[in-house]
Design a protein around this ligand. Structure first.
Ligand code: BG6
Length: 468
């Protein structure tokens, strides 16, 4: 079987991780511009000030993507290029940059898939309370509207938010991301809810503008499975699936939070504020969500924690490897002897991917899906000057085979975006953890080089995945 004609083969990036030019052409400071400069926050103090200089080299990068045969490029807009300061004024140069980037993609027939929020919040909003502050919802809406008006004639695929669970949990529970707050369940849940309201309002706004494109949100897909046969582990997995999946998917696809979670939050006295009007809004937006974006890297193998738990996670434990304790100290992830793991302790599990997709279909019906991220973070071997990222080829091959199987099994999957198009900054792992098809030589003026996976993906796209 070949992938259907309208299936998009893509690759992704995010503004802070690739652009650099952090203070150029009128750009204001984001929370990440500030946070990454606080000692001890990122690996060896790495910042995105220059990143891989995509801001200046996007033409070269898009040309390479076109050569690879990429059909769609998912990138994010940096909010502080558009609204640099807290004065409501739009920075024309910020719009110009994205207009050029979009036009460059289109000149090669590459479909731009645009994320509005991939974690870089304006610092002035962070200082006012960030995602816990209702004012951020209005600011986001205004920003989204400006983007729709400026780019919507050419951009027909929009993602509002990337991985709400990650930036809120790391921002308010582990403190590994800005605003660096630890162990604050009240703020964690309030922030999630405010993001969900922002998403619903943005979807309704987009539809009211009648631009006739599609809009959705990207969530993490990390299905939890009991690590062993114990009843307690099954309970842990059910609890994890409620709080890490249903709590994020339900408000978007059902218009309400799971009652199981609400009851627990009320009992623990960490219930967030939700008005009647907001509740109504969530419900109203449900039918207007055109798709769900899914970022899949690994499943979770969980056990229940008996007795005292250590929820005070270190930065290392919060970067996604096994050994994570849940936000409420009820369960934790464990490493299993018979599984494969990456150098960063992330499980490689194409089977978990398929089960996750099947569970989504069971719980939410026949929704349109895009895999908006999937890939292998690795230290790529360089052999005689060639980047032989064979493990990445194997990883993507196995996961694309799952996508094919899922489509054949009736799952409505319309595209796959590998993470990432080009090597980029990993938020907490600096430049050491590579994901790209295109290598960036940090020792040599950020020179670009095609990896083995580049030629492999080119082949996959050209043959529409026939050999997979
Ligand atoms: C996702 C993010 O969580 O995972 C990306 O959307 C991120 O921005 C990717 O880079 C991989 O994470 P990491 O920690 O390996 O860079």
């Amino acid at each position: 079987m070949r992938f259907p004609k309208d299936f998009l083969f893509g690759a992704a990036s995010a503004a802070y991780q690739v652009e650099g030019a952090f203070d150029e052409d009128g750009k204001g400071l984001s929370n990440w511009d500030v946070f990454s400069k606080i000692e001890g926050k990122t690996l060896n103090g790495t910042t995105g000030d220059v990143a891989v200089d995509h801001y200046h080299r996007f033409k070269e990068d898009i040309k390479l993507m076109a050569e690879m045969g990429l059909e769609s490029y998912r990138f994010s807009v940096s909010w502080t290029r558009i609204f640099p300061h807290n004065d409501g004024k739009v920075n024309q140069k910020g719009l110009d940059f994205y207009n050029q980037l979009i036009d460059e993609c289109l000149s090669y027939g590459i479909v731009p898939f645009v994320t509005l929020y991939h974690w870089d919040l304006p610092q002035y909003l962070e200082e006012q309370g960030g995602w816990c502050h209702k004012g951020t919802i209005d600011a986001f809406l205004r920003y989204a509207e400006v983007c729709f008006q400026a780019f919507g004639d050419r951009v027909k695929h929009w993602i509002t938010f990337n991985e709400t669970i990650v930036f809120t949990r790391l921002g308010y529970m582990t403190g590994a991301h800005p605003p660096g707050i630890r162990q604050c369940q009240e703020k964690f849940f309030q922030a999630i809810h405010n993001v969900m309201v922002s998403h619903a309002k943005t979807v309704l706004l987009y539809k009211a503008l009648k631009q006739y494109g599609e809009i959705g949100i990207t969530h993490v897909l990390a299905p939890a499975f009991p690590a062993d046969e114990r009843e307690s582990s099954k309970k842990a997995a059910a609890h994890a699936n409620y709080f890490e999946t249903a709590f994020f998917y339900d408000p978007v696809l059902k218009g309400e939070y799971p009652q199981y979670c609400l009851d627990i939050l009320k009992e623990r006295k960490v219930m967030f504020e939700i008005t009647e009007e907001e509740q109504e809004l969530l419900r109203k937006a449900v039918p207007f969500n055109d798709f769900m974006g899914l970022n899949y890297y690994q499943p979770k193998r969980v056990i229940l924690i008996e007795g005292e738990s250590d929820t005070d996670l270190s930065r290392a434990a919060s970067t996604g490897g096994v050994g994570q304790v849940s936000f409420d100290g009820v369960y934790q992830t464990v490493k299993l002897d018979d599984r494969r793991y990456t150098k960063w302790g992330w499980e490689v599990s194409p089977e978990g991917f398929l089960s996750g997709l099947q569970q989504l279909k069971e719980n939410y019906g026949d929704i349109k899906l895009y895999i908006t991220e999937n890939g292998l973070g690795d230290v790529d071997p360089v052999i005689e000057g060639e980047i032989m990222d064979i493990p990445r080829i194997k990883y993507i091959e196995e996961h694309l085979a799952v996508v094919k199987k899922a489509i054949a099994g009736g799952i409505h999957l319309k595209g796959y975006f590998a993470w990432s198009a080009i090597d980029l900054l990993s938020w907490l792992n600096g430049y050491e953890k590579q994901y790209g098809f295109i290598y960036v030589d940090h020792e040599n003026n950020l020179e670009r080089k095609k990896k083995a996976s580049f030629y492999w993906y080119q082949q996959v796209i050209a043959s529409r995945g026939e050999a997979l």
